[in-house]
Design a binder for this molecule. Structure first.
Ligand SMILES: NC(=O)c1ccc[n+]([C@@H]2O[C@H](COP(=O)([O-])OP(=O)(O)OC[C@H]3O[C@@H](n4cnc5c(N)ncnc54)[C@H](O)[C@@H]3O)[C@@H](O)[C@H]2O)c1
Ligand SMILES: O=P(O)(O)OC[C@H](O)CO
Length: 324
């Protein structure tokens, strides 16, 4: 089977490694010529996943046309670039497995909505869950949600993507799988701020629990099912990214909590912290739908330069309310 992977950041590279280790023929599209060269010449992605020794069965290319004959394509560019890349490639009606986590600025669309507009003939699936790329590339045990409306395709993809260390759980709730991954990135920034500002572990647990409550309110408003949100792609990924500096979103929050300006940290980086792009559009969409998301509102204010102490006090001083 030939698998195409669109995007050779850390996650696309790790997924290519899993597929190649499982005996698939893998072509990996990278935007950066130096990434193509380093993967093909040294079997290392020196820019985005430098510690992983990659299978020689992975062939990198800078030409999207070379992925046209793949049986399935994993789409792993950051959410804000999915539309542009999918409009550029001719994938006929091949299945697209969407692996980016975010909401598109300006349109408020989930990645599946972007993809179905760009490639209306391609069936879509979403792969999401608690998955640090370096752990997956190292073959450490990992479980994910694989969501797809078509049961036959879902089972076929699950079988092809499963490996001895990567275990997919099937779901038909595509929107639910996407909401968890998009919202947890914003909440991870908040947990990083708590850590960086030394607000304590009680505060971090409170942000995780109240963050999950707002993820659930927002998810329900967009048609997600609660059991999906409390599964791997929602609560599972929230717990992972809210507790480790391996998360780029959490680390961004730590920097903000320590008093560094968000804008300069974002300007300095090549890797993506999706939560910084999702937070403003999530706030806009939640307001439009009448969904209360105070942690998301706080993250937006902090990204815009607000003072951590003032935001913390404002959150604590909100009118008292029932938990449920
Ligand atoms: N890294 C992880 O552990 C991980 C795990 C699960 C999901 N994800 C998700 O996967 C997606 C990709 O993240 P990543 O970690 O692989 O990226 P990364 O931070 O490792 O690398 C950045 C990526 O963005 C690409 N890029 C930058 N500008 C672009 C443009 N204009 N057009 C197209 N691509 C562009 C780069 O080529 C590179 O592939 C994100 O949505 C992320 O949330 C990441
Ligand atoms: O490094 P982060 O914060 O983008 O998180 C990576 C993955 O989404 C974890 O599942």
């Amino acid at each position: 089977m030939k698998i195409g992977v669109i995007g050779a950041g850390a996650w696309g590279t790790a997924l290519a490694q899993v597929a190649a280790t499982g005996g698939k023929d893998v072509t990996l599209w990278a935007r950066e010529p130096e990434v193509v060269a380093s993967i093909n010449d040294t079997h290392v992605n020196t820019l985005f996943l430098p510690k992983a020794k990659l299978s020689p069965a992975i062939r990198a290319t800078g030409d999207l046309a070379e992925l046209g004959d793949a049986e399935a394509l994993l789409v792993v560019v950051p959410a804000q670039h999915v539309g542009a890349v999918l409009r550029e490639i001719d994938v006929a009606s091949r299945p697209l497995v969407l692996c980016a986590k975010g909401i598109e600025a300006g349109t408020r669309r989930l990645v599946s909505e972007i993809a179905s507009e760009a490639r209306p003939d391609s069936p879509l699936a979403v792969l999401s869950g608690p998955t640090f790329a370096h752990e997956v590339a190292a073959g450490l045990p990992t479980a994910v949600t694989l969501a797809c409306a078509d049961a036959g395709l879902r089972d076929a993809l699950a079988e092809r993507l499963a490996s001895p260390s990567l275990r997919p759980y099937a779901s038909d709730d595509v929107v639910g799988a996407e909401i968890g991954g998009a919202v947890k990135n914003v909440l991870a920034i908040a947990c990083g701020v708590v850590d960086g500002a030394g607000l304590g572990q009680n505060a971090r647990a409170a942000v995780i629990a109240r963050g999950f409550a707002e993820m659930t309110r927002y998810g329900i408003a967009r048609g997600a099912r609660v059991e999906t949100l409390s599964g791997l792609s929602g609560l599972g990924d929230l717990v992972l990214t809210c507790s480790s500096t391996s998360s780029r979103n959490f680390s961004l929050g730590v920097g903000i909590g320590e008093g560094r300006p968000a804008a300069s940290m974002l300007a300095d980086r090549r890797t993506v912290a999706e939560g910084a792009f999702t937070a403003p559009v999530l706030r806009e969409d939640a307001r439009a739908r009448g969904v209360d998301m105070p942690v998301t509102e706080a993250v937006c204010a902090l990204l815009e330069g607000a003072d951590v102490g003032a935001i913390t006090q404002a959150l604590l001083a909100r009118p008292l309310r029932p938990e449920a």
